[in-house]
Design a protein. Structure first.
Length: 366
């Protein structure tokens, strides 16, 4: 399951976004630190293809893919040193796959800003600085241990120390590791530390209703420019916490009409998930049988055995072949039988790279 950790300054729309997309009703108020313990919510991944497959197969149940959101309290300057209980909060998102940084990009005198004015570029730098210093603590502790071991002639420890030294310098300056060129070997040494500034980052720009259906405002433009200037590998998704809150109160069948009336193509949740999938290189394949039709999340480039392992490790270990049909062919020919009769079902082996939307049936033996 994809897991996204939500960070940001107080009063930028973090908890409002979390409430809206998960209907978890976390406390949201116009003052800092109203979220103390992390809020965790799991939401289904919207995918109309799954519903279309279910119409054809008529299974006993339909199971979409899911995304877990972890919302922590708003961070402030000094969070890495414990201000606002920052370090305790940051530890809650170390195990997530990526970070969603909610940035305020709207002006409203009735909603206070912790720094007194709206400036998403400054806010981005504040959060990045705190994440970097939080990572510094983890690297420093591990580096000391590796150096001591290296002095005994341990070559493995020496290699680890060299990699950690490369991370230590920028982090000590408050610079995130997003801006540092690291080899795959160096990244491997750091992987156990679950460093925050090595995680992919998705910026969720909280904008006005008008900006969602029209041109982007100056705050979002400035944010995009700052990211591009730093050559940071990141996605920017715009959303309106206000609209998401209103959507969450509507029956599902009325939401599309509400968005259409506002001139908005899709809900913020949909854009966030699409952004997360694109950022992490994820895609979806399906299994379709009488008992269930289900969506599964894998990485682009995964082979058939790897995809099978998402269902169960035994499927990957004992993989024989994958009966494969494209999504469009599956619908066109009315399911497995029609697709087989039409000759569009393929038997793929261990080297097959799964495509987005493939419908698969695995053959295995353990």
């Amino acid at each position: 399951m994809l897991s996204l950790g939500i960070v940001g300054l107080p009063n930028v729309g973090k908890s409002s976004l979390f409430n809206a997309i998960t209907s978890a009703k976390a406390e949201a108020a116009n003052y800092p630190f109203c979220t103390i313990d992390p809020n965790i919510g799991v939401v289904n991944v919207p995918d109309p293809r799954l519903d279309a497959l279910a119409v054809v197969v008529k299974p006993q149940r339909t199971l979409p893919a899911a995304v877990q959101f972890v919302d922590i309290a708003g961070l402030v300057r000094g969070a890495s040193k414990g201000e606002g209980r920052g370090n305790a909060f940051l530890s809650n998102i170390r195990e997530t796959d990526a970070i969603v940084h909610v940035v305020r990009c709207f002006d409203d005198h009735d909603v206070t800003h912790v720094d007194g004015s709206v400036d998403p570029v400054r806010d981005r730098e504040t959060i990045e600085f705190e994440l970097a210093l939080a990572d510094l603590g983890s690297v420093e502790k591990r580096l000391d241990k590796a150096k001591r071991a290296a002095k005994t002639g341990d070559k493995v420890a020496a290699a680890e120390a060299a990699a950690l030294e490369k991370a230590f310098t920028p982090l000590s300056e408050g610079r995130a590791l997003w801006h540092v060129e690291l080899t795959s070997e160096e990244r491997a040494w750091m992987q156990p530390l679950q460093l925050l500034t090595l995680k992919p980052i998705l910026y969720a720009a909280n904008v006005t209703d008008a900006e969602l259906s029209g041109e982007e405002g100056p705050h979002v433009t400035a944010l995009r420019a700052a990211i591009a200037n730093d050559h940071e590998p990141a996605e920017v998704v715009t959303f309106s916490a206000k609209i998401e809150a209103e959507l969450s109160e509507l029956p599902s069948e009325e939401r599309a009409e509400f968005l259409s009336h506002l001139g908005i193509e899709s809900a913020g949740l949909d854009r966030l998930i699409r952004g997360g999938y694109h950022l992490l290189g994820l895609q979806t394949y399906f299994t379709a049988g009488e008992k269930e039709v289900r969506a599964w999340t894998i990485h682009r480039g995964d082979t058939a055995p790897k995809a099978a392992g998402v269902i169960h490790t035994d499927f990957e270990r004992g993989f024989i072949r994958a009966e494969t049909v494209g999504y469009n062919d599956f619908l066109q020919y009315g399911g497995w039988k029609g697709a087989k009769d039409a000759g569009v079902v393929r038997s793929e082996g261990k080297e097959y790279v799964v495509n987005d939307g493939d419908v698969l049936l695995f053959r295995f033996n353990v």
